[in-house]
Design a protein around this ligand. Structure first.
Ligand code: FMN
Length: 193
């Protein structure tokens, strides 16, 4: 009897059989969703989203990301206000504020760490949250338009912690059509521009 870890082809076959780990499907099916049902999001699902986020790459594995999980209506309202009155945020059952501890990024990489890697690392973590949510049947929207100081105040972020993204999470109550995306031919350049 064969035992042990399946080879690459075996693994692919297993994945197809289980209908799981279809990364391309998850990537393509994800939409920004701005209308949510009243259904609650379980603690377990929220934990899975954070679990996905913590496995994102980070510069030199500096791991500057911090996540604030908000369910309190007062705080959600403050976040909506700070996000230029994007009221769909407060209507989501859970809102995750993705932040960067910029001191962790600047420690190894100075100004480049503080200004660039901290943002890239939190962006990678945010995308992981969006994709994991899609896999779990949850709906999200990456919100970047907000007054940073107001968001920091709402979640009582320490001075060295910068809010980078607000992610409302819920169950979808709309099915937007896929937005137009630039074609591969339009955006890819081989060898040089
Ligand atoms: C950095 C960033 C900031 C964004 N900010 C907002 C925002 O403030 N409000 C909003 O409704 N959507 C926001 N979005 C979502 C975009 O509008 C959305 O991704 C885009 O229209 C493409 O649609 P799709 O996500 O369904 O592919 C943001 C997305 C990114 C990546």
């Amino acid at each position: 009897m064969e035992c042990g870890v399946p080879d690459r082809n075996g693994l692919k076959k297993l994945m197809r059989m289980n209908g799981g780990l279809d990364v391309f499907g998850v990537i393509k099916e994800r939409r920004s969703i701005r209308v949510y049902t009243d259904e609650k999001v379980s603690e377990k699902d929220v934990e899975q989203l954070i679990e996905a986020a913590r496995w994102a790459p980070s510069a030199g594995n500096s791991q500057p990301c911090e996540f604030v999980v908000v369910k309190d209506m007062d705080i959600k309202r403050k976040l909506s206000d700070a996000a230029l009155n994007q009221t769909f945020i407060e209507k989501a059952p859970v809102v995750i504020v993705v932040c960067a501890d910029v001191t962790r990024s600047s420690r190894g990489y100075g100004n480049r760490g503080e200004k660039l890697y901290s943002i890239q690392d939190t962006a990678a973590a945010t995308e992981n949250i969006l994709l994991a949510a899609q896999e779990l049947g949850l709906a999200t929207c990456w919100v970047g338009a907000f007054r940073e100081k107001e968001v920091a105040k709402a979640v009582k972020a320490p001075k060295n912690v910068k809010p980078v993204a607000i992610v409302p999470v819920g169950y979808p109550d709309e099915r937007p059509v896929a937005p137009q995306k630039r074609s591969v031919n339009e955006i890819v350049h081989y060898e040089t521009f």
